[in-house]
Write a protein that binds this ligand. Structure first.
Ligand code: HAM
Length: 424
């Protein structure tokens, strides 16, 4: 019996790795342009961290966490909580009042696997901690949009405000009263949510629930002055930067730590998994985790969804896997010097492939094409006797003689003179 990977856990094969690396490189580049620094946090954390930050009655904490109950630890379902834990633990606010951080890595949620939804998935996560200005919200959202643009992706942006501890509780009371009048029309989940997490009813995907919430009270009409002002300013700032967006009063997000601005980057091209990235403000979170009263805002994008979308939308601007030189060593006499040449080339940064199995010229040239080699150098026994190999440009098919006098290290410099140095 073959052993297969666990359902929802996927290998990322060499075929798609260039796309992944391209996305990661663009993300690092853009995040660093905005002054974010990388942080790496552990995959395992105390379960309590996620319960206290994400919220006890969220789907993530209730049903989706990979927890080792006897050890009290959980595999991170997201990165924000861990980054805040690290921020507090290392007193990072003391060194710098505003911290801009990002991390890239795997997250774990026990969801039902589907296209674009996995149990181990990867996020690009960006956070700006210690600033409340609406211009920061706009800057962070614009950074996410810039990444999507540079990846060549077409998405839409929706924003909302979830208010704060002053304006949300009275809204919740009104919402529950409204939902209680319509319980019989709600799905089973939403009937339960009405009393555990009523805001979630607002973004239920069931037709019946969507019909009910159309006439539900809106938090946007009940925001306190500060939150209303903040939201207006975020919208204006986004307009100033030139970002298109839509206000979606039904967006609530699945994690409890959000306050004020929330946003999602959406696509209709990935079926049910519409969110390519999402985030928002979490002004009470750091204090709730035992830290100073600092606010923050961030987002995360799903790498699997970005990669899928690039494929789907034909955004193929990443480099294909390629080699600089394929050494076609054809006889016993040439194997050892060819291997020394390969070592010298690699030492000089040249991507070099070589086949020691003694396959035919035709088979090796086919392999050279398969690995996308720019050049192949043919070194057979005849060439060895003549001290002259054949250098073939694999793109143009042109061939030229290549002198084999001196040591393989000397051949190496001659070859680099012809094909050019390794691109850095
Ligand atoms: P989230 O909305 O739970 O937010 O996830 C953010 C993104 O991660 C989603 O938009 C999606 O692209 C991707 N994602 C989530 N779950 C899966 C899955 N099962 N399979 C594939 N991709 C998935 C957060 O995680 C917040 N921590 C974002 C944040 C950062 N808010 C503030 N700072």
């Amino acid at each position: 019996m073959k052993i297969q990977a666990i359902n929802g856990f996927k290998d990322i094969l060499p075929d798609s790795i260039n796309r992944w690396r391209y996305i990661e490189q663009r993300a690092r580049d853009i995040f660093e342009r905005f002054g974010l620094q990388e942080i790496r946090v552990p995959i395992l954390e105390k379960t309590e961290l996620f319960v206290r930050s994400i919220g006890e009655s969220t789907d993530v904490v209730e049903k989706e966490m990979y927890t080792f109950p006897d050890k009290g630890i959980t595999m991170r379902p997201e990165a924000t909580a861990s980054i805040m834990r690290a921020f507090i633990e290392h007193g990072m606010h003391v060194q710098q009042p505003v911290q801009r951080l990002y991390t890239i890595g795997p997250m774990f949620r026990h969801e039902r696997p589907q296209k674009g939804r996995l149990r181990q998935f990867h996020q690009l996560d960006a956070e700006i901690i210690g600033a409340t200005e609406p211009l920061i919200d706009a800057e962070l959202i614009a950074m996410g949009q810039m990444l999507l643009d540079e990846l060549g992706l077409r998405t839409s942006l929706e924003i909302n405000s979830l208010g704060c501890s002053v304006c949300r509780p009275p809204f919740k009371t009104q919402l529950v009263a409204f939902l209680e009048q319509h319980l019989s029309r709600l799905c089973n989940d939403c009937r339960r949510r009405t009393h555990t997490n009523p805001l979630r009813v607002l973004d239920c995907k069931q037709e019946a629930c969507r019909a009910v919430v159309q006439s539900a009270p809106s938090l946007l009409d009940m925001l306190c002055n500060e939150c209303d002002n903040h939201f207006q300013h975020v919208g204006q700032a986004l307009q100033h930067i030139g970002l298109d967006f839509r206000i979606n009063r039904f967006m609530v997000r699945g994690l409890d730590y959000y306050t004020r601005t929330t946003f999602e980057f959406l696509t209709a091209d990935l079926g049910a998994q519409a969110a390519v990235g999402a985030g928002g403000r979490y002004d009470g979170l750091i204090e709730q985790l035992g830290g100073p009263p600092l606010s923050g805002i961030g987002f995360a994008m799903g790498l699997e969804r970005l990669a899928l979308l690039m494929e789907q939308q034909g955004a193929q601007n990443h480099a294909e896997h390629s080699m600089d030189v394929f050494l076609v060593a054809l006889g016993d006499k040439t194997l050892n010097p060819s291997s020394r040449l390969a070592h010298a080339l690699r030492k000089n940064g040249i991507k070099t492939a070589i086949d020691y199995a003694g396959r035919s010229l035709k088979a090796q040239l086919k392999q050279a094409n398969r690995v996308n080699a720019r050049y192949s150098l043919i070194l057979g026994d005849d060439e060895w006797l003549r001290q002259e190999g054949i250098l073939r440009n694999m793109r143009t098919q042109e061939q030229q003689p290549f002198t084999l006098t001196g040591t393989p290290e000397e051949w190496c410099s001659r070859l680099i003179d012809i094909i050019g140095p390794a691109p850095r």
